[in-house]
Design a protein around this ligand. Structure first.
Ligand SMILES: Cc1cc2nc3c(=O)[nH]c(=O)nc-3n(C[C@H](O)[C@H](O)[C@H](O)COP(=O)(O)OP(=O)(O)OC[C@H]3O[C@@H](n4cnc5c(N)ncnc54)[C@H](O)[C@@H]3O)c2cc1C
Length: 398
């Protein structure tokens, strides 16, 4: 009988993508559609969250906002490029994930958010209008907004995507293009003379000439990057009232929303795997809990989240959408956001030209994930930079 080491299977690939979330699955697809020898490493969503003892992800949900307007031009560029490919990805994969339900930004006196969004929206050809309180009340009669509130309404593509189904679509296309899948987490990544060696959670080893780390909020906690990327991972809580009856009728045409009064993003009623429709509200603040260790981050995903957030968000929702006062089923969910120092994702090499990262969704990485994945795939295989987002903007600080 051989030793444990001899019994390990060693497979050799050209390109390994570690992490099969929104950015990693996109990168794997773009790579596999361009070159051979791609392996995508990472687990599927756990069947039972409570007993799961490996990694989690920030895409285990049905609703992520997507739109062209954003206060930062780079996010606007990436979202626009991705939006233009959603329908093609859906058609070729046979998995639908995109609902262009529109977007409404609510601005309160003193807020510059809508003005900054309008600036990037104009620069990138977004289809939007700026409206006053009366127009908001006329167009969105289910909202309770005080005088003085202004609105930015984006049509022409804004709406929401199912992050879960988008990952499925990208996965199917990567598989069709010949990528191999290793459906378990990576425990370690080690540069070798020939490339990189990746140790899987179960102990097996695989080798690749180059690797891309796209493990989202778990990148630092799993110790995958050989250099410190300066990431901060925040635990986020969302509140979801179940929508049926009068509320479903009233909210039938609700767009995705940003409510600048409390900095909330709000998704319209969306159907979840339990068969019910839920509206969702979340807010991100720097007072949210921070996680640097695997155990703490995993425990956060297994918890109901912040009780203070639950109370505050519920109160705000009932104020803004009076029809929700009649809803009787409310629950919370937890997720994690990976913040970078620059406020943009990091798409850069971290070990000569063999190991790169594509991390740092900053709470808004879903909408442009296909483009971040495309750029990262090009970087890894040594293609010329082909984005209007300057390469140095996505570089790690050295
Ligand atoms: C509550 C909430 C609401 C959000 N709303 C929006 C929104 O409306 N619009 C928007 O654009 N963005 C939104 N985001 C952000 C968006 O979901 C993230 O930016 C996006 O998921 C980041 O993609 P990612 O691929 O970096 O990470 P993830 O999607 O989390 O994927 C990371 C992958 O890595 C895998 N992984 C982890 N560790 C390992 C390991 N050791 N080995 C192998 N694989 C590993 C995980 O299993 C996972 O599949 C929201 C985030 C949260 C938390």
């Amino acid at each position: 009988m051989g030793t444990a080491t001899e019994q390990r299977i060693v497979d050799l690939y050209k390109f390994a993508v570690i992490g099969r979330g929104l950015i990693g699955s996109a990168a794997a697809r773009h790579l596999a559609e361009a070159v051979d020898g791609v392996v995508a490493v990472g687990p599927d969503e756990p069947k039972d969250r409570a007993t799961h003892n490996s990694v989690f992800a920030s895409h285990y949900d049905e609703g992520r906002m997507t739109r062209h307007v954003d206060p930062m031009r780079e996010w606007s560029i990436a979202a626009g490029a991705s939006l233009s490919r959603y329908r093609d990805i859906e058609a070729r994969s046979g998995v639908s994930f995109y609902t262009p339900s529109g977007y409404l930004g609510l601005g309160y006196p003193g807020s510059t958010y809508n003005a900054r969004c309008a600036e990037t929206g104009t620069a990138h050809g977004a289809k939007f209008t700026c409206v006053g309180t009366q127009d908001i009340r006329a167009q969105f009669p289910f909202l309770n907004v005080p005088a003085g509130v202004d609105g930015l309404v984006e049509t022409g593509g804004a709406g929401h995507i199912s992050p879960r189904r988008m990952v499925e679509a990208q996965t199917r296309l990567a598989e069709q293009a010949g990528a191999t899948f290793r459906r378990q987490a990576a425990r370690a990544l080690r540069p070798t003379l020939q490339g990189v060696e990746i140790e899987l959670w179960g102990g097996e080893l695989i080798q690749a000439e180059r690797a891309l780390i796209a493990a989202g909020a778990f990148t630092a906690a799993c110790g995958l990057s050989p250099v410190d990327l300066g990431l901060t991972v925040y635990g986020r809580t969302t509140v979801l009232p179940r929508i049926a009856g009068d509320a479903a009728t009233a909210l039938a045409t609700m767009p995705t929303m940003i409510d600048t009064l409390i900095g909330a993003y709000i998704l319209p009623p969306i159907r979840y795997p339990d068969g019910h429709c839920y509206l969702k509200l979340g807010v991100g603040t720097v007072s949210d809990p921070k996680f640097f260790e695997l155990d703490g981050l995993r425990a956060w995903f297994q918890s109901p989240g912040s009780e203070d957030n639950r109370t505050e968000f519920t109160t705000r929702m009932k104020e803004l959408f009076p029809v929700l006062r009649g809803c009787t089923h409310w629950h919370t969910d937890t997720c994690a956001v990976t913040q970078t120092r620059s406020g943009l994702p990091i798409l850069d090499f971290v070990h000569d030209n063999r190991v790169a990262v594509a991390v740092g969704g900053c709470g808004k990485g879903a909408k442009g994930a296909d483009e971040w994945g495309r750029i990262a795939a090009g970087l890894l295989r040594g293609a010329d930079w082909s984005s209007d987002v300057a390469q140095e903007k996505l570089a790690r600080s050295r």
